[in-house]
Write a protein that binds this ligand. Sequence first.
Ligand SMILES: [Ca+2]
Ligand SMILES: [Ca+2]
Ligand SMILES: [Ca+2]
Ligand SMILES: [Ca+2]
Length: 464
Amino acid sequence: MTLPPPAFPRATGSPAGIPPAPTSPRAQRGSVLIIVLWVTFGLVSLALYFANSMSMELRASENRVAAVQADQAILGAAKYVTNLLADLEIPGRLPDSWSYRAEAVPIGEAQFWFIGRPETDTAQEEPVFSLADEGARLPLNSATAEMLQWLPRMTAELAAAIVDWRDEDSDAGDGGAEDETYQRLNQPYRCKNAPFESLEELRLVRGMTTEILYGEDTNLNGVLDSNENDGDQSPPVDNRDGHLDPGLIEYLTLWTRPPTVDDEGNALINVTTGDRQQLATLLQEKFGADRANALLRQLGTNTAQLASPLQFYLRAGFTPDEFAQIEGSVTAGAPATNATVNVNTASEAVLACIPGIGPDLAPNLVARRRSNASTAPPSLAWVTEVLDESQATQAGPFLSSRTTQFVADVAAVGRHGRGYRRVRFICDLSGAAPRLVARRDLTDFGWSLGREVRRSFLLAARNR
Ligand SMILES: [Ca+2]
Ligand SMILES: [Ca+2]
Ligand SMILES: [Ca+2]
Ligand SMILES: [Ca+2]
């Protein structure tokens, strides 16, 4: 019996009946190496991926921590301001900038700054660090259309529309806008017919644009940042003239209130409607009986037409020094409903809006104020060196010499200059104790601390 030939197992991929070449140990080791390399490569990629996402997470949480630190610094700054303003050396006047800390003030690992306003030069590129005077601004809820018209970027129609927005009636002023206009819009809404509650509300008024409201100063720091002087290379579109042309928001306020008490907390004496005996006592205490009698004689008994302390000054014939001593104790006219502008701090653009001053006399007033320099206590009397009697009488009801509302525009950063935050507070001193009456978060308006501060953080980061 013959045996059949041995059958070779058929290997997949081998031609039938041909045995596969035996794999050498070296080839096997090569394959394993490649597999191991791939696995290692995969593991390393995964590790790198997770490391990267962890480092991103770490950085994000560091930023969050820094932001919390900055928020805390802002709260600290608010406390600092209320304490500082509770004890003003010269009531009604912003404390001198050397008497408090306004720049890179440390609170733990965070720091804060007060963003102020430059005295004059609007071509300045680095911010001024100080508190600011809200009384330097024009009161939006009481300024007439004729006054508003003189503001930069304003038109007669827009001024009329602003007044229509806040007045109770629905009769449109000349070129203004009431319900009828707003109801015709694609997305209609009602005219408010009530006072403004925020300056941003102006964006609802017919004719208002973001350019008119914010102007070139898009980060609202009062100085010319590089993007605000490069034409249309980066927002905003600006005229590249090397000067800051701010928007309306820079000149307006909702927060000024005339004081009702003097520096000691006593009610003011109204020289128009108040008790004459009270006035006589005040004058006798300050200047003695003889001088008091002379002043009262000159004033006369018919005071019903006195509309302002400035008119009182002119009528009674005080010397400027005398008047400065009693100014903080008197008021005049109807119970003050109109908020006034501080003539000792207001800009030329704001003074130009005041009746009796206007754009012609505003530069003279500012020039005279600068040459007079420090007058302590602050006074109105010097205004009559520039305005004649009729101009001063016209301007008087709109002017004050002191302020009881100050601005703390606080910008803060946390650890390593991260977590930028900014909040603008209004501190009101018109009552018995300082009160924060308004708070506006300005973080979204972007970096406001200028190039120098940013550079110092970059340098510090490089040296870490
Ligand atoms: Ca109206
Ligand atoms: Ca700016
Ligand atoms: Ca620009
Ligand atoms: Ca400009």
